[in-house]
Write a protein that binds this ligand. Structure first.
Ligand SMILES: [Ca+2]
Ligand SMILES: [Ca+2]
Length: 329
């Protein structure tokens, strides 16, 4: 049994696996505060942090998708991790730590450890909300570490091999099937209004990132589809309230003419008369999504949102099931 260190606000850690928790944990708390956690490399070969939101609930984004009240951000240099808020339970992201001379100099001065990376969680005192979070941070090395150096945490070896994400992947999924969701996804409607004073969105604005899925060596293609139990599982652009429930999620209301919020699946195909057929565009937006297949490796989805949620109404984001299959098309 491996014991995992719990780290509180304001503290610094250099352990391979730690748990970051909210003040007043395991209870929630309603006050505003700024929590800083400072992460140092556990080993000079560490080049990634996998940040797993075991549960995470901050105040929601505004109805226009802005994390202006509460947010989690990475404050250390330009590590290209977006500011997020709302409900991130079950989600994860990676922080890729660049090899730049500045850090190299710092390694020498600090015995191989780097400048503390600052994970900041800010909660607004002016918005009444019960915040809770429990976040696991796993340090991942770019090369295999000698296991005898890490007797107290033998899983480190596996973390390095299993969870090491390709560059430019904010999220990385290692199973042959599973689901991927936009940040703050839920089928329930946003409690917020957007700047036009109508029902707001759960989507977070100003994003541009990649979701990567590890190709199983036996697999050749990947299929993405919506769960049948959730009509809101692909609502990226448009007015959700104007479409009948039995139409939401279907190809009738999907779109490839995307300019604001959309996903990109390289080489995507869709079934036409039971045959997978190439599409004229790799973009998907709108309020529906027929199953898509891609043969293009590595398996990647790019996610883009623009700066607001007007004129969109009641968007949730996306919840996609994915499944790798043996044969390419
Ligand atoms: Ca939208
Ligand atoms: Ca938008």
């Amino acid at each position: 049994m491996i014991s995992v260190e719990y780290v509180n606000c304001g503290n610094t850690t250099d352990l391979d696996v730690v748990m970051l928790t909210n003040p007043n944990y395991p209870n929630g708390y309603r006050n505003g505060t700024v929590c800083n956690y400072y992460i140092r490399k556990s080993h000079h070969h560490v080049t990634q942090l996998r940040v797993e939101f075991i549960y995470f609930s901050l105040a929601p984004p505004t109805g226009d998708g802005l994390c202006t009240r509460d947010y989690i951000s990475i404050e250390s240099d330009s590590l290209n991790v977006p500011r997020l808020c709302g409900d991130l339970s079950g989600q994860h992201y990676y922080i890729h730590i660049p090899h730049i001379p500045k850090y190299k100099r710092f390694f020498k001065r600090n015995h191989g450890k780097f400048l503390p990376l600052n994970i900041k969680i800010a909660a607004s005192s002016s918005y009444a909300f019960t915040r809770r979070w429990k976040i696991r941070v796993i340090q991942i090395s770019h090369r295999r570490r000698k296991i005898d150096h890490f007797r107290r945490l033998k899983l480190v070896h596996n973390h390095d091999v299993v969870f090491r994400a390709p560059l430019n992947c904010l999220q990385y999924f290692v199973n042959t099937s599973g689901n991927i969701q936009s940040f703050n996804y839920d089928s329930s409607v946003s409690s917020q209004f957007n700047s036009l004073g109508v029902v707001g969105s759960r989507q977070i604005a100003n994003l541009n990132y990649n979701i990567c899925i590890r190709q199983d060596p036996l697999m050749c293609a990947i299929i993405y589809s919506l769960p049948t139990t959730d009509v809101f599982s692909f609502t990226l652009t448009g007015d959700v309230t104007s479409v009948a429930y039995n139409i939401l999620g279907t190809s009738t209301v999907q779109s490839q003419a995307c300019t604001t919020d959309y996903i990109t699946i390289p080489g995507q195909m869709q079934q036409v008369g039971g045959v997978w057929t190439a599409m004229t565009s790799n973009l998907s937006c709108g309020l529906g999504f027929a199953p898509k297949l891609s043969n293009i490796k590595p398996f990647t989805i790019n996610v883009v949102t623009d700066a607001n949620e007007t004129p969109d109404i009641g968007n949730r984001g996306f919840f996609l099931n994915y499944r790798q299959q043996f044969t390419c098309v």
